[in-house]
Design a binder for this molecule. Sequence first.
Ligand code: NA7
Length: 896
Amino acid sequence: MPDAMVAARDSKAASGTAQQVDVAVVGAGFAGLYLLHRLRKAGFTTVALEEAGDVGGTWYWNRYPGARCDIQTIDYSYTFDPELETAWTWSEKYATQPEILRYLGFVADRYDLRRDIRFKTKVTEAKWDEAAERWQLATDNGARISCRHYIMATGCLSAPKPPEIDGVKEFGGEVYFTGRWPHGGVNLAGKRVAVIGTGSSGIQSIPLIAEQAAHLTVFQRTPNFALPAHNGPSPSDRMSLLQGDRAAYREQARQSMAGVPYPQQTAVSWQLSDAELRARFEEAWGKGDLVYILTQLWADQGVDVDGNKLICDLIREKIGTIVKDPETAAALMPHDHPFGAKRPCLDTNYYATYNRPNVTLVNLRQEPIKAITADGITTGKRSFDVDVIVFATGFDAMTGAIRAVHPITGRGGKSLYDVWAQGPQTYLGLTVEGFPNFFMITGPGSPSVLSNMAVSIEQHVDWVVDRLKALRDAGFTTVEPTETAQAGWGQHMADCATLTLHRLANTWYTGANVPGKVHALMPYTGGVGPYRSICDEVTSRGMLGFKLTGPDVAAQCNDGEVVRLQPDVRLVLNLLGQLNLPPIESMGALGARAFVDEFNKGRPAGRPIGAVTDGTLPGTDGPLPYRLYRPATPGPHPVVVYFHGGGWVLGDEQSDDPFCRDMVRRTGMIFVSVGYRHAPEHRFPTAAEDGYAATRWIAEHAAELGGQPSPVLVAGWSAGGNIAAVTCQLARDRGGPEIAGQLLVCPVTDCTFDRPSYNDNATGYFLTRSLMYWFWDLYCSPADRTDPRVSPLRGKVSGLPPAFVVTCEFDPLRDEGIAYADAMAAAGVPVEQLKARGHFHSSFTMADVIITGVSGRVQMAEALRRFAGLPPEVRRGDENSHGHASPGHKIAAAAS
Ligand code: NA7
């Protein structure tokens, strides 16, 4: 039904005076303005409803002293129109609030946007009208609105949080909120001022308030990490990059993780000397750039507590050198969250402000506020008489402006407030199941506040408007995500969250700042570039996860989850895909070995452990090399005989180095990685017999190797898992050695290729079916393949040591691994299985690359320790590496 007809019918049904538009937008900030511009260009009739008296969104309201952006302004700008970019020049590296507001006004004028904005108008209710397939909006100012699509461009930090402190109404002095600062400014000269809150708003305003006030008392609940902004003109290196190739600069931002054009850092902290770590930190500290220091120091800084703690210690050291009073300095040092897990701040003279004689810091952790009285603020220990209280207490972030502002009622009378009672659920952070034709810009589930908002906003707006255009052109009138797609996005969000350290902090990212709010990490942590590619994939796969309907077209629904891989697995596979590598099996054995050597050089070096030594052991036909990995803790340790992967053809005793090191740290055991001989030079049963002979020798010489005497344990990955499994069978049948347990990671266990995982994952997940065929052909003739020394599933599986069997969802070998585990269990062997969702064949051995593999390796290590009769916990012996120990640090125990 054409919109005009619907509109006519609807206006009779609802209100004769309803304003009829295709799309209604709430908000006239960065997102609302760009939406208006794009929608208008796409031929949609629109109206934007804005509570404020003018454009600007958050920059209209946040006028407190010192308010500035903290992403460099050249990056915090619209990029959709190159002419706009050259028509406006920012005066500073970090523009002030008035300048950003002027910019948004300039944009509104340039594109004549104000004519479609109803200012001083608040939506009081939004209701989906099922019959008309339109949203009906009520406002507090002027006509109702009937629209086909309803888009919330309400920002993430626009609903100020109440102060939650008793007695605010009793206070006789002036009260201000940083998020609602009076437009005429406030004269604080000569006054006794209290600031409550030390988030970004507090940290930006405190130095300026201190300059004006007779006395300033800062009430701090949680100290925050703040870095000097070193504001001034835009840095020349960034400017020349931008001006050198503007399009490339902008594109790099769009594909980056945070929406600012910085490359992905690859060096890991444990590869750097203390001097290099410090030099990198000092450089970042000198740059005054939040995104730089959050992403460019070392690759593990945002994903690993140890890598992160190095930065925390260095910042705490800086605070200690700036702030003269040791007690104040100590109170200002954050200890309860990793750097970056809570929004760090950019400041100008923040820490130095505490050296002023007219500034006092009150540590609310030691003396919480009891009440606000007529004269001031009373803590558990004392009273402070003040003339002015400034609440810099933050916002009901992400959901506040959507959930609580006005009732939003979707299909079947469902209220968004209720639907989100247990935390926000969205598809792509843009849409919600049960709420057709409803969109959010930078909603919960989008990269939003963990990114450069300008870049995310443009991406969201472009995606939404392009979709609306395409749907209109195809005759669809409603679009709504499916339950499956939304649940899948929730799962993907959770998977992404396990990668970062955000889970270790109580912040407004998780809703922890609002009493009673459900805790859930709300922004998408998977990065701006990956998010963009996911949105594009949704489109290219026929609006995957959306139901589309229209009066004259058949309904369409390509249901499904857009991301089923773990986020880091997806990134790795995409990178490998972009390399366009020839199939490994086309390289010949020597070429393939050279390729794997080269490939392995690109991995982060394994982590430091106690010692790594190389040696040889006597095999059946001569010496076999081995590499021994020893923990940093005092021995003797249990010994694990390890067999590397590589399809019996590739790899050597060093090729699973990062995995072995990681497992040594987690198990506290010695790993002896055996250099068994390879095909095609040495075909079946050489690898199996070498594996068994090596295990026998290692068990007999365990004490000489610094290990505990027998029993040993065995472990292996892929073809190495095959050798480990075979070794257990041979040891059982040939009179030893005694084996305490077996860890089989994605093992080859059988010679048939007809299980579903071989078909489901035949291509696209690095280990392909064709590569497995090649491995088998090089190692073993068809006549030998049913021999249990290569197909242990065909052998006797009872009487084997306890086993921990790991299989990965996207691995051709998945089903034969499960079959082997099931068969052993059925035969009475104690078996535990880890069926790793979203992982691929190499997930667990790519230690320090596939971070989502950590929990799996933790489980593997615990299993090995159980097999050896040890308690689950392990002292890694390197907690104090780099001399950065911090006893009592809450997150120390949460090492990844
Ligand atoms: P934030 O970052 O949420 O900061 C609010 C601050 O107020 C923070 O230090 C809070 O401590 C503190 N706070 C909140 N409620 C109370 C009560 N009841 N008592 C004492 N202290 C309290 O908001 P901002 O406005 O500073 O910054 C928001 C974002 O804007 C910022 O991250 C940038 O993205 C721009 P807490 O940490 O909760 O213990």
